[in-house]
Design a protein around this ligand. Structure first.
Ligand code: SF4
Length: 291
């Protein structure tokens, strides 16, 4: 009887109840996080599969050397890829497409070459910073970076003036073949509209979500960013998404997809509201886009 009373007391004492509640909370919170992460992962993989079967292999990034990709990643900041392609052609015409040659030429000559890419004075400085970084870290041969881990290399790139997370990750993925997920405004837009995350989300959280969906699969990480850019350019416009024609239409959360009629109305409203102004964000690109 005493033993039973003891058991009874232990089982229902306020301390135990509090302890059980705490334990339950401690147990449930990580569980919910894991479930949310798994849902995100599944959604991202389904989006990838649908987009790849629609667009096929986009073959990013069209370039002859890793250095050319790096130059493109800097030049494409705040401009359309067509302008970057012109600038790179002009750099090649003068034989300047190497860190050594770029550092040898004057700022004004380099700026003149990259003028079509816009912000050419700022970008000249950024390119020269990148070249100095390459000369100091690997003697101008990016192949020698193979000895450095992806995390350390990313930290080093982020210390270069003018290289932010998006440019650093584009360089890591497309120039150096590292398994990273590139996050840009298009990624935020599509992931936001598909409620992969709700509310404000950091660059690193989006990056982690993409990387956990494809783990170390560099080919899929390469293709995923290309697919996102292509989808945003063709369908997921900032002000007038063409959901009815988009390969991701069936994945839209209930009540959020824009029907073709709504899209048409939105477009009319946007055109009136903008007074014919161009959508600036749509002219920004974080990579080469379709050829
Ligand atoms: S256009 Fe619509 S369906 Fe397509 S990605 Fe954007 S929000 Fe989703």
């Amino acid at each position: 009887m005493a033993a039973l009373a003891g058991l009874f007391t232990i089982h229902y004492s306020p301390f135990t109840i509090h302890h059980q509640r705490s334990a339950k909370i401690l147990y449930q919170e990580p569980g919910r996080d894991i479930e949310a992460a798994m849902n995100r992962r599944e959604k991202i993989i389904r989006i990838y599969d649908a987009l790849e079967s629609h667009f096929g292999d986009l073959g990013w990034w069209p370039a002859d050397t890793p250095f050319e990709v790096m130059v493109g990643a800097v030049l494409t900041q705040n401009t359309a890829w067509a302008n970057v392609a012109k600038a790179i052609t002009r750099i090649k015409e003068k034989g300047l497409l190497s860190p050594q040659a770029m550092l040898r030429t004057t700022d004004s000559k380099l700026a003149e070459r990259i003028r079509p890419a816009g912000y050419f004075r700022v970008k000249t400085k950024r390119l020269k910073e990148l070249c100095r970084f390459l000369m100091n870290e690997c003697g101008g041969d990016p192949g020698l970076f193979s000895r450095i881990g992806t995390g350390s290399l990313r930290e080093k790139l982020l210390l270069v003036n003018g290289i932010g997370p998006e440019t650093a990750d584009s360089i890591l993925l497309y120039a150096l073949d590292r398994p990273v997920f590139v996050v840009d405004a298009y990624t935020r837009r599509i992931f936001g509209r598909h409620r992969i995350f709700s509310g404000e989300v950091s660059y690193d959280d989006l990056k982690d979500a993409g990387e956990s969906a494809f783990s170390e699969d560099r080919k899929k990480l390469n293709q995923m960013h290309a697919l996102i850019v292509e989808t945003a350019k063709k369908y997921c416009k900032k002000n007038s998404p063409k959901c009815g024609k988009c390969p991701l239409f069936s994945f839209m959360p209930k009540g959020r997809a824009k029907s073709p009629e709504k899209t048409k109305r939105n477009k009319e409203r946007t055109t009136k509201g903008n007074n014919g102004r161009k959508d600036i964000e749509n002219s920004r690109r974080s990579g080469p886009g379709s050829r």
